[in-house]
Ligand binder design. Structure first.
Ligand code: NAP
Ligand code: ZN
Length: 348
């Protein structure tokens, strides 16, 4: 079946309307009519081939929410009419140790929602800037938020889980001091989630105009990271720092803020490397630098349920399908509070 989508034929071409096809609904598949799709910075990195290996045509989008329109004969977990979500994963090997642990995100055979290998036309997966998608039931999440919050739930499928998973893994909670660096799409979710988990949350931003806004998100304190005195006031005090910045920057400035045995986890994935950190920032206080990639399917469901219970959604700005390039430019300029979401109904 042919549907409308928004994508690009090449790295140096703007995104625009295109037609794509979706496979028939197989026995284990769920067909979803997409209502909204969040705009992640990874979409921009991939569409413009800032990471190696983008396949064209490229249709980005992995913060997908919508309604089930059909299910295959063997599908048990979803039914037509259900509100559902799809994040960054549409397939995995389903039998390795990572898949068995519900950590499909670390499976060597993990297939991304876009740019992953598939037998479907055109030979690689095409994402959620499109009217419909067909996905194996295992990778389809249940949404229990009220339906009128659906657009603001979309960013939870990537920005939400990418911050929830490391916050949980490194034990954000009462009595812990947690920093969140970069208050963009991921970072603003990190602040909301760490606050809801009960941690003392410090937001680090390069944008002074976000100071009050970050407090409204749940930050107990806000530090302008370009201000050395403000940074120094927090030296050696953090249990955990979640770094979401999408560009190379000085990691030492943040490592120095960790307590003994503290960890900074990187989730931002800049196109070029960070300057190498100073080894003394690790050995002097037994600190760690780590990374984390999205989250597994069970943990994504846990995060959605946690957010529904705590009344958490993303702060969004809705765009029409034909505003995608403008949205990318504004995202690059840090001019979004805090996530663009595409209204798929505007796709002609
Ligand atoms: P975003 O909305 O553009 O937010 C990034 C934020 O980083 C900006 O709002 C800005 O916050 C800060 N920033 C940007 N440039 C900076 C610079 N040169 N120096 C210091 N701070 C800077 O992007 P996003 O969607 O949150 O994604 C963030 C990164 O995470 C991207 O690289 C994306 O590809 C990656 N990502 C990784 C995963 C994963 O699984 N690990 C998943 C999704 C996304 P302030 O204005 O507050 O400084
Ligand atoms: Zn993403």
């Amino acid at each position: 079946m042919t549907i409308h989508a928004v994508g690009t034929p090449a790295a140096d071409q703007p995104l625009g309307p295109m037609q794509i096809t979706r496979r028939d609904t197989g026995p284990h598949d769920v067909r979803i009519e997409i209502a909204f799709c969040g705009i992640c910075h990874s979409d921009l990195h991939q569409a413009r081939s800032e990471w190696a290996g983008t396949l064209y045509p490229c249709v980005p989008g992995h913060e997908i929410v919508g309604r089930v329109t059909a299910v295959g004969a063997h599908v048990t977990s979803h039914k037509p009419g259900d509100l559902v979500g799809v994040g960054c994963i549409v397939d995995s090997c389903q039998h390795c140790a990572d898949c068995e642990d519900g950590l499909e995100n670390y499976c060597d055979g993990m297939i991304g929602t876009y740019n992953g290998p598939t037998e479907d036309t055109p030979g690689h997966t095409l994402g959620g800037y499109s009217q419909a998608i067909v996905v194996h039931e295992r990778y389809v999440l249940k949404i229990t938020h009220p339906e009128d919050q659906l657009a603001a739930v979309a960013p939870l499928l990537c920005a939400g889980i990418t911050t929830y998973s490391p916050l949980r893994h490194w034990g954000a909670g009462p009595g812990k001091k947690v920093g969140v660096v970069g208050i963009g799409g991921l970072g603003h979710m990190g602040v909301k989630l760490a606050h809801a988990m009960g941690a003392h949350v410090v937001a680090f931003t390069t944008s002074p105009d976000k100071r009050e806004a970050a407090k409204a998100l749940g930050a107990d304190e806000v530090v302008i990271s370009k201000d050395a005195d403000e940074m120094w006031a927090h030296a050696q005090s953090f249990d955990f720092i979640l770094n979401t910045v999408a560009a190379p920057h000085d990691l030492d400035a943040f490592l120095a803020l960790l307590k003994r045995d503290g960890t900074m986890a990187l989730v931002g994935a800049p196109a070029t490397p960070h300057p190498s950190p100073n080894v003394f920032n690790f050995i002097m206080r037994r600190r760690s630098l780590a990374g984390s990639m999205i989250g597994g399917i069970p943990e994504t469901q846990e995060m959605l349920d946690f957010c529904a219970r705590h009344g958490i959604t993303a702060d969004i700005e809705m765009i029409r399908a034909d505003q995608i390039e403008e949205a990318y430019e504004r995202m690059l300029g840090g001019d979004v509070k805090y996530r663009f979401v595409m209204d798929i109904a505007t796709m002609a």
